[in-house]
Design a protein around this ligand. Structure first.
Ligand code: DQQ
Length: 579
């Protein structure tokens, strides 16, 4: 009997997959052949759907993934992104392009880079980065998939430098510039996503390409004097065993004092380096902070830095294939990342779209030197509309207060929590804990001592649906340990959504400082910034009851101890003009 049910379910699964013609491909995405073209009927009314975000970047329809080549040129911000012009699933990938004056409102431009060169990118045009050459001329290095399905690196240049929107791009006729050969030991199906290039003290350009050898992730180094002839470095800049394929590496200097950004080629005394890799196996972006020897071309992560999934992450929720750029207009480094979907492929096809870009974040080194801080770019605040402000008040144990007066489904909320009594904390006895696991075991509905307290976002009237973002404070090895969770377990009655609960430890001591929590809520997205940007969690949720004007927002405390709200500011967010 047991055997029969196993084989029946096996048959069912195979049929499902064959029905939709799913092909696996070593490029981090599935190909759903049947869905490569969205039926015409679905093209109608895609923009006004309830779940479409109001101020996150997204084209009117179809699939998007990685942000590519972000930069600022003559005062105009450029965002390119991986795009399927034909459907709401991954495939037919080109570089779509939009421009903006403020990183908030965007105008669509024509496709910038699309397959055209047989030996270089005839199959697809994958991720890459922009570099501003001396004299201010931008160029792009990107991965092409050639006629042999090999990943190669190519160069594209703007056609007309006097056009600040850089609408037309021409490809270097001698592409590809870097490729796998019988002698260089590079695996042409694991060789992609060039970084922004930087110049060393010898004025030679360097660039990194993501790769792997078996389970070891690699950042392959190439060097060039003229940006056209590239030579493979003697060794990768860095590698780490057990991390798998490194996609979309990003390597940049950060100041050890202050939140100003640095040009990617900057060097100096008060500078550390960040290496970020996107792990194809787990779809997480992790980073280390370390030092870079620009003569030996070696990156060394700082003491205690952990490589891989359990290391530091930009975001502990849905956020992948990210990329930073130096914003020379505002002297800051800005981070872009792709928020991948939690809906099923069938739902994506129905909606007619999939994926958005996270709100760009200002990113800099914390004064501890041990981690980065992130904060939504200041410009997003110009979308703030109606404001609600609470005087300081006590949030009793087992209570919840509704935040009335803002559009709960499209809002920006920030609260400061003070905890005066830290005597009765729950104790964590093991040496180490996985924060995500801890959050899934102790969801928002599990009563605690100090916490869970935080927000119930996308809450339905009857609280059958909500996405809870909350803190819970523990004692661990005689220290206070602050856990930030985003609990999706009750986010939707739709069984087909990914409702993984996320978690992160936040390096703050509630005995000495307030615990701040800011969430950007946008129709199906919650981006939450804990500890003033020390830990960030992004969630994508598709409620069935908490939709449009049925969405409610609460501040809640499900712990025994009371918590003081020292401030609460919330705003309704206006819609941005996007594409
Ligand atoms: N997406 C691109 C690749 C990259 C992956 C293809 C990461 O270049 O490695 O769309 O999401």
């Amino acid at each position: 009997m047991a055997n029969t049910s196993i084989s029946l379910s096996f048959l069912f699964v195979s049929a499902l997959f064959l029905g939709h013609q799913v092909l696996e491909l070593e490029a981090s995405h599935h190909i759903f052949e049947t869905y490569q073209t969205t039926p015409k009927v679905l093209h109608k009314a895609l923009v006004n759907q309830a779940y479409r975000t109001g101020y996150h970047f997204q084209p009117p329809k179809h699939w998007i993934n990685d942000p590519n080549g972000p930069m600022v040129y003559k005062g105009i911000y450029h965002l390119f992104y991986q795009y399927n012009p034909k459907g709401a699933v991954w495939g037919n990938i080109v570089w779509a392009h939009s421009t903006s004056r403020d990183l908030v409102n965007w105008t669509a431009q024509k496709q910038a880079i699309f397959p055209s060169q047989q030996q270089a990118d005839i199959n697809e045009c994958w991720s890459g980065s922009a570099t501003i050459l001396p004299g201010g001329k931008p160029v792009i290095l990107y991965t092409g998939v050639d006629s042999q399905e090999q990943q190669v690196q190519n160069l594209a240049m703007p056609k007309n430098l006097s056009d600040p929107h850089l609408t037309e791009w021409i490809k270097y006729p001698k592409n590809p510039l870097m490729k796998a050969t019988p002698t260089n030991k590079i695996n042409g199906s694991a060789f992609r996503d060039p970084t922004t290039a930087w110049q060393g003290p010898d004025n030679v350009w360097r660039v990194l390409i993501g790769s792997r050898v078996n389970k070891r992730g690699l950042a392959i180094l190439y060097k060039s004097k003229d940006f056209k002839h590239w030579k493979l470095g003697e060794k990768p800049l860095h590698s780490a065993e057990g991390t798998g394929m490194w996609e979309c590496p990003d390597f940049f200097p950060v100041k050890t004092n202050g939140n100003e950004g640095l040009d990617t080629s900057a060097r100096g005394e008060n500078v550390k380096y960040v290496l970020k890799n996107s792990l194809d196996d787990t779809k997480h972006d992790y980073y280390t902070v370390g030092t870079y020897d620009s003569v030996k071309d070696k990156y060394i992560p700082g003491k205690g830095m952990i490589e891989g999934d359990s290391g530091l992450r930009y975001d502990y929720g849905k956020f992948y294939a990210s990329k930073t750029f130096f914003d020379s207009e505002k002297q800051r480094r800005v981070l872009w990342g792709w928020i991948n979907e939690s809906s099923s492929v069938e739902d994506d096809v129905q909606k007619g779209w999939s994926g958005v870009q996270a709100i760009p974040r200002h990113i800099w080194l914390d004064k501890s030197g041990k981690q980065l801080l992130q904060w939504p770019i200041k410009e997003i605040e110009k979308l703030r509309g109606n404001q609600v402000k609470w005087p300081s008040r006590i949030l009793e144990g087992a209570s919840q207060l509704e935040v009335v007066g803002v559009t709960a489904g499209q809002a920006d909320i920030e609260v400061g929590f003070e905890i005066n009594d830290l005597k009765n904390l729950e104790v964590l006895k093991e040496k180490q804990y996985d924060p995500q696991l801890l959050c899934s075991k102790n969801s928002a509905s599990e009563k605690g001592e100090v916490g869970p307290f935080g927000f119930l976002t996308f809450a339905s009237n009857d609280l059958r649906e909500y996405t809870a973002v909350f803190y819970r404070i523990y004692k661990h090895q005689n220290k206070h340990k602050v856990l930030l969770c985003s609990d999706q377990s009750r986010s939707s009655l739709n069984k087909h959504n990914d409702k993984t609960t996320y978690g992160a430890f936040v390096d703050v001591d509630p005995a000495n400082e307030q615990l701040s929590l800011r969430s950007l809520i946008d129709r199906s997205i919650v981006e939450s910034f804990g500890g003033k940007g020390k830990a960030v969690i992004t969630s994508r949720v598709y409620p069935t009851l908490a939709v449009d004007d049925q969405i409610k927002l609460f501040v809640f405390n499900n712990g025994t101890s009371k918590v003081k709200i020292s401030y609460l500011n919330a705003w309704s967010m206006n819609k941005a003009q996007i594409n």
